[in-house]
Design a protein around this ligand. Sequence first.
Ligand SMILES: [Zn+2]
Length: 563
Amino acid sequence: MKKAFSVLLLCVTMPIFGQVDYPKDAFRSPLDIPLVLAGTFGELRSNHFHSGMDIKTQQREGLPVYAIADGSVTRIKVSLWGYGKVLYVAHPNGYTSVYGHLQKFAPEIEAYIKKVQYQKKSYEVEVFPDYGEVKLEKGKVIAYTGNTGGSAGPHLHFEIRSSISEKPTNPLLYGFDVRDATNPILNNLYAYPLSQDAEINESQNKVELNFKRQEDGTFLAEKAYATGTIGLGFIGYDRLDLAANRNGVYSVQQSVNGKVFSEYDFETFSFGESRYINTLIDYDHYGRYYQKIQKLFKGPGNRLSIYKTLFNDGKIEITEGLTYNVELLIKDIKGNEVKALIPIEGKKEPVKIEREDEKTDNYLITKKPNNYDLGAAKVYFPANTFYDNFYIDLEKGEDTVKIHNNHVAAHRSFTITFDVAKYSEEEKKQLFIARLDNRLRPQYVSTYKRGTTFTARTRNLGTYTLAKDTVAPKISPRNFKEKQWLNDYQYLSLRISDDLSGIDTYSATINGEWILMEYEPKTNTLTYNFDDIILDKRECNLELTVTDNVGNSTTFTSTFFRK
Ligand SMILES: [Zn+2]
């Protein structure tokens, strides 16, 4: 991308974001099937907003992907995680299109990247071709759809970014034909007492508001009685035609007695702000129930740029004796909408449900750095690790420490340092720092070992422990046997797995020459394509070494024949 930069600056007019006329006819579809979406732009994902649209590929892989306009490949990446195999194409009109989770690239690009993979002896690579080096014409097949990287099923992840700022924009602003005449769906409404003196329906805690559909299709909530400063939130999603899945909504507007108090949409956002999604949603609720309530008010630490209008940060000050008609309007990008009316009356009532503050001995002020000694480990939170101050729940233990729980989000990484002085050098080799998942299974966390301390950097609160992996990875052939003739075989396929710390590296050779093996962690599969190198000997000796995250390794050897 960097090198293309200067060229683009010279020859294109830059799109200016904010008030933009997005080109509606410049781009063709990246696929030649009807576009049905499995995910929309801005959709709420874990710790980020979705930065593109996910196009369903009929539960299949291998559909051709087309260049949406003339352009030049500026970035090719192959990764086990994230976008998997991904292609970035810069177009002369100042936009870059991105195609992710690909199965493979078109032959020319495939040859280009394989050369790099063989040079670097690595499956995971990233290259930035110069602008003009790998030119493409509109409609040319550039890749085939797949399911690589962090993908839960075959689909194409498609983005359109500004080539200059790299800001992703909503792909549906560019005139792609996606059928949607279906209204968004409102599932739940919530009201939050925000000030110390606030209460809603006799409660000092968040309350859920019931609502009913009226004859005109809008929803009406039961009247709420409140005092103090309050805020509202909702759970909702969008549905598109031809698919049952839940997508993210495009815009949300809250008005009070006709005045807009808060309004945001998903036209664009920057990658740098994406993690602030944790302040848009009620994170405590998410940690407990895995549901994402979108707040209609701006809470502490929220630095999102998606707001079009904000009055009093979207918070409503309730005065006794007055009535407030709140209207919530949720839209998809085609303008299909759902509307809810929430009447609130200012009335102070005796509090029946008192504020649940989970107080502990440690009130964490996030503005300053915080250090805690938990016996087995020390934990260090740099300043502004969190969005807000809170009572942190800490527990000391022998080899296990509890560092709060997943009801609070960290924005930045913090450090956990275990003292491992009591372990022998041999023991230390197989030990690692693990986080216990919600089923209390230890999950490997990247562990830096130095002298008598192990350190991990993480953004996840929870319970951490030292775990030991004594078992080396397992390797077994999938589609061949020892001493077999493999003349008609296109691929060699092997299964690899590790019981605890997980696979760190692998390397394979045939007759001493390094071969590229594609690794798919989702299916524990390594695959070698016989087209890659010419095997000039009848007898071929395969050697594969797999190493886990603490350094236990297994070498598998096998002889096969080819002519
Ligand atoms: Zn996606």
